[in-house]
Design a protein around this ligand. Structure first.
Ligand SMILES: [Zn+2]
Length: 294
């Protein structure tokens, strides 16, 4: 074998080893990167980059948690949290009354919130809005209007963080800062917290309960956060799990590029459908029989 050929073979060998090392590194990075840290309803591109994918496995209270529990032992299902904190963690109200509550997350947003408020006013229906602190700061007049119109407001964190990724101190800051902003605008300190993506851990929930907060998630996900759905799709999603006592999740604010026209177009239809089916639309405070003020 010529010397030139031997050198070539050595070079090819080196190249192969380097390629293999790069491949291994890629595999490790891929493996440790969390893919669906926020795999839940109320999941849109509020803070994420446009290329963030909608998680393949969407988690809802009904079908969620057996699967997740087997894969991630440290997490607790919504039902388990509900059993641990029956007075401070709600997914729905009593099933014995034909009542439901409408809830709108990620407000205020000047593109969508006024339209939602106009429709609710037309039908004289009251709803719950879960407010992002930094958005309230940007649009305080919309928060004020919610209260003037007779709606209830709740805390949806300061900047829509995935709270389970935060320390307890950071969680407390998200909640307290948002309540401070909302109190300044409205004069009262909201008691209901809806964590972004519905995600809160046991330690955070324990502190919230001690501080007289109540976590309110949902049992009906309109999935209006997912792929800008049509009003027909929104109605179908709602009807899938709607029953007496339900808390319906919708949105009155979105990320850039997101459209909530499906929600806005479906809203009159939804209200009329509920009324026709003899449902009373009530505020969450009435549905779970708790004061909305801390
Ligand atoms: Zn949200």
């Amino acid at each position: 074998m010529s010397r030139l050929m031997q050198r070539h073979i050595r070079q090819i060998g080196t190249l192969l080893r380097v390629s293999l090392a790069i491949l291994l590194l890629c595999a490790v990075v891929w493996h440790v990167t969390p893919t669906t840290s926020a795999a839940n309803g109320d999941n849109y591109n509020y803070l994420s980059s446009p290329d963030r994918k909608v998680p393949k496995q969407q988690r809802s209270p009904q079908k969620s948690n057996t699967k997740r529990d087997t894969t991630r032992k440290e997490t607790i299902s919504w039902q388990q949290l509900q059993q641990m904190f029956p007075q401070h963690y709600f997914l729905h109200g009593t099933r014995d009354k034909r009542q439901v509550a409408l809830s709108f997350d990620d407000a205020p947003d000047h593109r969508f919130t006024p339209q939602v408020l106009d429709i609710l006013a037309t039908y004289n229906v009251k709803a719950n809005f879960f407010i992002v602190g930094e958005r309230a700061k940007a649009n305080p007049e919309l928060v004020k209007r919610m209260i003037d119109d007779g709606h209830e407001i709740g805390n949806h964190s300061y900047n829509h963080a995935l709270l389970t990724k935060l320390t307890l101190a950071e969680y407390q800051q998200q909640i307290m800062e948002t309540n401070r902003i909302l109190k300044k605008i409205t004069g009262y300190s909201p008691r209901f917290i809806r964590p972004p993506y519905g995600e809160v851990n046991k330690q955070q929930l324990k502190w919230s309960a001690e501080e007289n907060f109540i976590i309110v998630n949902w049992d009906v996900d309109s999935e209006d956060w997912k792929n800008n759905p049509s009003s027909e799709q929104v109605m179908m999603n709602i009807n899938r799990t709607l029953k007496p006592g339900s808390i319906i999740l919708q949105h009155a604010g979105g990320g850039s590029g997101q459209s909530l026209m499906g929600t806005i177009e479906a809203l009159p239809e939804l209200i009329e459908m509920l009324q026709k089916e003899d449902y009373q639309i009530v505020l969450i405070s009435e549905l779970i029989n708790k004061s909305p003020i801390r």
